[in-house]
Design a protein around this ligand. Sequence first.
Ligand code: ZN
Length: 160
Amino acid sequence: MEISADRVVLIHYTLKDDSGAVIDSSTRGEPLAYIQGHGNLVSGLEKALEGQQAGSKVEVSLAPADGYGVGDPALIQRIPKRALPNAGTIKKGMQFQANTDAGTRMFTVTAVVGDMVMLDGNHPLADKTLHFSVEIVQVRDASSEELEHGHVHGVGGHHH
Ligand code: ZN
């Protein structure tokens, strides 16, 4: 069965950056399960997998615009520590949810200098070229319940 809209797809994937370092991989756990055509994967990967058969292996490199986007300098902000909750315990790497003009975003603390904190609201993988190695484990039709919920049930998906 080939991958097309509204089908459930199980994949094992490894994601590497330009230097070949592994950013993320499913291969030590359950495969990732998603529904094709619902924007569950980054757009370029979903596009590259369309029409592929179960059992196939796909290598695809995605420019930032087809992956997690191009970084927006406006989302890099310097604010006083006291503007954040738990000001005393703020450390590099902590994350906060904040409302912006573009909706709710996750901000990561990239530096703490004196009383000031540098926050970055871009996706951690923004501006990165993504190199995916994907093995298509299974392709099947989604149940009407899965389509209604917008996620996969069973292996690699929701158990409820
Ligand atoms: Zn469900």
